[in-house]
Ligand binder design. Structure first.
Ligand code: 0RQ
Length: 502
């Protein structure tokens, strides 16, 4: 492990992950670094999980509360869940073991907008934060803390926690130094200043995190890579959804409804988002900027091509191949990529000001445009709302993308009524499936219905038409007609028979 701790005071606090984990108590609330598989602590959580197992075997209780930036990785969420060491989790996760326990009722999960969680902690809504565990790239001789591959809520947790453990990870490139922009001016609401981001490229903070050194109880060294899951190869459905969006943007531009250059884009994680980025690479748009949460492979390609001048985010979410490329070339990318606090990357004030285009995945939408991003059949948590709500509510053009069906065609992504609402019809401008674009702008709920049914899978279109016809006959009003006796019958049928089809 290369020595990345250049400050004598912090050097004197170096210890093993096991010794650091021993400083965490049953019932502690932890604030950990980590966002979409990057920049999370990798050694202390594993040691903590082992400790929890040993305590449980000795008949003692040992469970902690876990605040992160967003999803982490098997070494953190996975290990702690497997050890039954988590009793509370917030704000976004995608770990299978954690998901299993959330849905079994043994982990309490608070699914909070990613821009809201740090202010909520600062305002005291979540009680006391006991320990922050934050990954760093290096500690400089003067004590400056160089962040790693995500910023997330790191500064907020460093400010809030009573005790702090650092993991200094020498796998992270030292050339990341200078890429970060940590805004330290965030205080309890109300704020008496504007967040001064007027362009995606604006830097408003410091290159370094800050902490009261008296709070630091341990420094642990490691050299483990970020999780970095590879992307699936682009399938035909993702490619056709991406091409519908790009065609739509072309038409918008021709109609004079798209500013030049195109406003900053946010794209959610996953295959479809990557397909859109790949499409932009070969498309006509130049001088692109992105103001988003995560930097994906497609954005790196866009930077390389010169089409994307700046990518502002809070974390990387790269495949192993691209993570290596980033590590090898961080000096080049650090002028073009800005990693900010997630309160700033997802800040509603800034998103509104930039007049952004936001594009996120969804689980299902209803015939009026309400969107469910989180729940399977009303009750089971998939991942969480993440930053989708921060962007969907505040962007100038809010797009949801989805394959028309799930589970080999058994489930329709377009349903009479969503089984859970994350984004209301008021926020949804476009829904895009492989069958096209439903443009909901300027339409009343009833006018939206044919536009949305048109992008449903053909197997489900007649059923949706029939539902709407009956709803208009039996509803108590014609603004948003529903047949309440049948509105959730598709979900009930799926649970009873394994398909939404009749
Ligand atoms: O299940 O894994 O068992 O196969 O849901 O679905 O199609 O692989 O799509 O990975 O893009 O995820 C909404 C979950 C989509 C994601 C969601 C099942 C499907 C599969 C995943 P399997 P896909 P994706 C930026 C913005 C909220 C957060 C967000 C998400 C699994 O986009 O978490 O947007 N969004 N953040 O089979 C039953 C349906 C289903 C369904 C899909 N209608 N019914 N199951 N699935 N539709 C990032 C951050 O905020 C950090």
């Amino acid at each position: 492990m290369g020595n990345r701790i250049h400050n004598a005071a912090y050097q004197s606090k170096v210890m093993s992950a096991e010794d650091a984990a021993a400083l965490i108590n049953d019932g502690d609330r932890l604030g950990v670094s980590g966002f979409t598989g990057s920049g999370y602590p990798k050694a202390v959580p594993i040691a903590l999980a082992a400790r929890a197992k040993a305590e449980h075997e000795a008949g003692r209780s040992f469970r902690v509360g876990l605040n992160t930036g967003a999803s982490t990785a098997p070494e953190l969420d996975g290990e702690l869940a497997l050890a039954d060491a988590v009793d509370f989790r917030t704000p976004y996760q995608s770990d299978p073991e954690t998901r299993k326990r959330i849905n079994a009722g043994s982990i309490n999960y608070a699914d909070i907008h990613l821009s809201h969680i740090a202010p909520q902690v600062r305002n005291g809504f979540h009680g006391k934060m006991d320990v922050a565990i934050i990954e760093l790239t290096a500690i400089k001789a003067d004590g400056s803390l160089v962040p790693s591959s995500s910023i997330g809520n790191n500064q907020a947790w460093l400010d809030a926690a009573d005790r702090v453990i650092f993991e200094v990870n020498s796998w992270q490139s030292e050339d990341l130094e200078g890429m970060h922009d940590v805004f330290g001016g965030l205080r309890k609401a109300p704020l008496d200043f504007a967040i001064p981001v007027f362009h995606a490229s604006d830097r408003i903070g410091s290159k370094y995190l800050t902490v009261d050194p008296a709070k630091v109880i341990a420094v642990v060294e490691n050299d483990t890579p970020d999780r970095n899951s590879p992307f699936k190869p682009l399938d035909d459905v993702s490619k056709s959804i991406a091409s519908h969006l790009l065609d739509f943007l072309d038409l918008e531009e021709k109609a004079g409804r798209l500013p030049d250059p195109m406003p900053a884009m946010q794209s959610g994680v996953g295959n479809i988002a990557n397909a859109v980025l790949a499409g932009l690479l070969h498309g006509q748009f130049e001088n692109l900027t992105s103001y988003t949460e995560v930097i994906q492979d497609g954005m790196v390609d866009l930077i390389d091509s010169g089409k994307l001048s700046v990518a502002s985010a809070t974390a990387f979410s790269l495949s192993p191949e691209y993570a290596k490329k980033m590590n090898d070339n961080a000096k080049f990318y650090r002028d073009k990529i800005i990693l900010r606090n997630q309160e700033i990357s997802n800040n509603p004030e800034v998103i509104r000001r930039l007049g952004m285009i936001a594009m996120n995945g969804m689980i299902e939408a209803d015939i009026y445009g309400n969107v469910n991003s989180t729940h399977i059949m009303g009750s089971r948590m998939q991942n969480g709302i993440g930053g989708s709500g921060d962007f969907a509510r505040n962007a100038a053009l809010t797009v949801f993308v989805t394959p028309s069906t799930a589970k080999d065609g058994a489930i329709s992504a377009i349903v009479p009524m969503v089984s859970h609402v994350d984004h209301t019809e008021h926020d949804t401008d476009l829904i895009i499936s492989e069958y096209g674009v439903a443009d909901l702008r300027g339409k009343s709920p009833r006018q939206r219905v044919p536009a949305i049914i048109k992008i449903a899978h053909p197997d489900f279109r007649p059923m949706l038409e029939e539902y709407f016809a009956v709803a208009q006959k039996v509803a108590n009003g014609q603004h948003t007609p529903h047949d309440l006796s049948q509105a959730l019958s598709w979900h009930q049928r799926m649970l009873a028979t394994g398909t939404m089809k009749v």
